[in-house]
Design a protein around this ligand. Sequence first.
Ligand SMILES: [Zn+2]
Ligand SMILES: [Zn+2]
Length: 244
Amino acid sequence: MQITVLGCFGPYPPAGGCCSGYLVRAKKTAVLLDCGNGVLSRLRYYLEPWELDAVVVSHLHSDHTADLFILRYALQFARQRQKQGEALPVFAPAEPKEEFVRLSYKEYLQARPARPGESLQIGELEFSFAPGVHAVPANIITVKSGQQKFVYSGDTEYCPQLAQAAAGADLLLCEANFLRSDLENGGRNHLAAFQAAEIAGAAGVKRLVLTHHHPERKPEDALQEAGTVFSHVELAYPGSSYEL
Ligand SMILES: [Zn+2]
Ligand SMILES: [Zn+2]
């Protein structure tokens, strides 16, 4: 399994940056995990959007979905050139309902619910979902291929489900939108870097990658905060890639 970071900022990007998007591949299978603003242009460095097998969306906030509303035009073009056959499935939480129904587009994109507790086979990749704690329903996503296990936090505040899902993972890609000081100032809905590190330690993960960097803070500050708790930690950056 190979994971490539396309975009790693949230809830909005810095100059030249993109919001959440990660390409997950195994053999002939290619799945896009989240599709925030700017992700489509980065995706095209690696493959064409009509070559995707599916999109899996952690939750229905625009920094994770915005480029789906542009991707639809690429799929429409592909269909007209006979490059795409079936509608591309987009697995996402079914709430908020008005956001969910907006994901489907004619015969090109088809939204399908991804509920906590469910699992799903897409080609070589097995996906399963656990509930995060966020402003809207949000999934923690586990991806397995053979013996390899990759866990993506999506957006969530501290919750026991994340450490449970991440138990023994080869890679935990975890949001760290906050620093400890943000939590102390009443920040909600996201993790501070030290919490991501505590979860990685409790779950016994092999490697922790911090993502969902806030555009007004230095990612290196998050790395430093997490590094005091868990040593196998690094920062996601556009184009960073992980082979499991
Ligand atoms: Zn976000
Ligand atoms: Zn969010």
